[in-house]
Design a protein around this ligand. Sequence first.
Ligand code: NZQ
Ligand code: ZN
Length: 393
Amino acid sequence: MKDFLFYAPTEVQFGKQSEELVADLVKKYGGTKVLLHYGGQSAKRSGLLDKICRLLNEGGIEYIELGGVVPNPRLSKVKEGIALCRQQGIDFILAVGGGSVIDSSKAIAYGVPYEGDVWDFYIGKAEATTCLPVATVLTIPAAGSEMSEASVITNEDGDIKLGYSNNICRPKFAIMNPERTFTLPPYQTAAGVTDIMLHTQERYFNTECDMTIADTIAEALLRTMKECVFAVLENPEDYRNRAQIMWAGSLAHNDVTGNRLTGDWATHSIEHELSAMFDVTHGAGLAVVWPSWARYVYKENMSRFVRFAVNVMGVENDFTDPEGTALKGIEAMKRFYRAIGMPTTIRELIGRDITDDEIKEMASKCTRGGTITQGRFKKLTTADIEAIYQLAR
Ligand code: NZQ
Ligand code: ZN
């Protein structure tokens, strides 16, 4: 087993009414003046935001609101948040929402104490050494940002979507009440589960393949998600299964299911170009990319794909034909995506045919103009990535 760092400092308060603890938790982690950061409408409509405001008021905690974070959160909103925090003397950021709101919060948290342009961190020009504390009341299980070290931001100037990872921004606490996810539409529910599964798959298809305990946890998580998603699509208020999905979302991205540093992550990088160019839902983009990535790379380590097919997708192992078994596993995954309402082609994802020029542009951006490769399972060049987009079109 490779050496690794496991760092999961986030306090998780999970369950019905867990948001009642919000004021105490903010105080516990040193917040005195809070930026209450949220998205478009959902938290307002559900009454969650009003409830959080009431609880902060009752707890005697000052706060300033900043809503309007959109999926694939934008750099301009981050900069607005940084200016507001500085002007108001904010010392704590509370994200009420999903990955987009949390990632925007993390970016603001880096930016407030930094003299330069916050985008410097995302382009690798600077490393953050300090940031404001961030915490969350989670409303959608998907990105895993509530426990992760990552923040993914889109710079509208050039539609460049980049992630920045740093352990210092892992949220201080995460409040997770599965009841708050009852209002999720089917598409967001399914895209969320797809993302949760992909965070597990990215780690599972790694270069070492010798972390048996993590692999076994990963397979169990993937099988559990395959069952739970159908239950909540049928009954959105199924607490038991909403709860399994919500907790899985955190476990899938807090490194319990595998070592992030030996994971692949090519599917994520290839998808990020799709959501940057077409502003599509991240999880839906992953459903389009993964089967094509898998078909392109499976020969690098066929036995891994056979194990996935058998242990996760329930394919019968044909010992005389490992390649056939591996391919059946990939096909079964694709059928699963279709069954939960996810697109499996770029055409379905963006609603029209993609052009060759657009594919070339995304592939080039994905490798920073051919200066880097993506993925570890197989190191992918610009030409490889172009081929994967072609397979997915
Ligand atoms: O804006 P509102 O009105 O709140 O609507 C949101 C949004 O439209 C809605 N929603 C959220 N909770 C809801 C709800 N609707 C009804 N009821 C609720 N309870 O869902 C939509 C999607 O929300 P968003 O926050 O964008 O979803 P998600 O958590 O999937 O986050 C996606 C972003 O996270 C990034 C993605 O690239 C994307 O930008 N990622 C972040 C990662 C990280 N920080 O570790 C890792 C991931 O791989 C991912 O890249
Ligand atoms: Zn993801």
